[in-house]
Design a protein around this ligand. Sequence first.
Ligand SMILES: [Zn+2]
Length: 344
Amino acid sequence: MIEAYWAWVGGPTARLLGSWVDGISIPISEILLILALALIFFRLSLPWIGLSVPIIWWIGPILLGIMAFSQGVTTIDWVPSVFRAPPHIRAGSVSVGENFHGWKERVKERVYVFSEEAYLQAESSPNLKEVDRAVKRVLNGLSYPPGREVKKIKEMMGLTRLMGLAYGGPAYHDVVTGEVVMAAENDLPRTKVYRWLTVVHEIAHAQGFTREIDAEVLTWLILKEMESPFAQFCADVQALSKGPWEWKAPPAYRKEQDKVLMARKSLKQPVVAWLSSIWKRGGLQNNVVKYGSISKSRPPVNHPFFGVVLKWDVGNSMVFDAEIEVKGEDESVEKGASLFPDLD
Ligand SMILES: [Zn+2]
């Protein structure tokens, strides 16, 4: 039913609107928000100047409501895509058991020895064409109807910038407009890894998946499907970052992290900090649990994210040793081999 919604309404609308939404460089969500607030203010001020209130002026509050309850932030949400068949079910998430520890140690090793040269050579943001190719293969491989190609990442501005930064989100995908908007580098200094993960995460949302854990599962699969070695590295870092365990970043990454920390310390954002402290007190800030983060290091049995990672990290997985033998060495073990080799 919900897949039918995306196949017949959500998807076609997103694809139709997508190209012109991406063509406008400023966030349309910001414009809509200001318009909604302006209409509300206008409506509230009418009785003071002795005018009546025609029903049409409900448009401000309605617009604001549509926007507020479509972002997957609140528990009440009208967006049907939040109820889609979760990717971890389609990807055949496995039960996470004792093999978890061995897999984790291998990923730690892989991350630590990642070549400095490859790190420095990687672009500061992923190539959107490359992301799109991987998105298509992943959606097709999991038998989802097609999503939409994101051609532009916009920069946060105005009220949505303030709210986004205070909420603790580096970017958002607006369900109403379908656009992907990210905090400017000056507002939120980030490492290359963080930028790649953020861009791919929001593009995953833009395929019609509102739930954070779904976006995270798709992010990992999309990164694994990308051609760049750096994307593989980002997928590993994404997986490692979800746990409480210690892991060592390679020197090039560590150097960049230090630089970013310094840059963040020198940020002067008094209004953001003030709003942020209010939201924190109200428990309204972004929470990593919904992205699949775990707080205990024992194997997280039936974990949607780790269940998928353990199943699909074939080149290094103990779970699928048998499958590797069947497929032959040249195909599945090789770096960059597609998770969905039949669909290229
Ligand atoms: Zn998200």
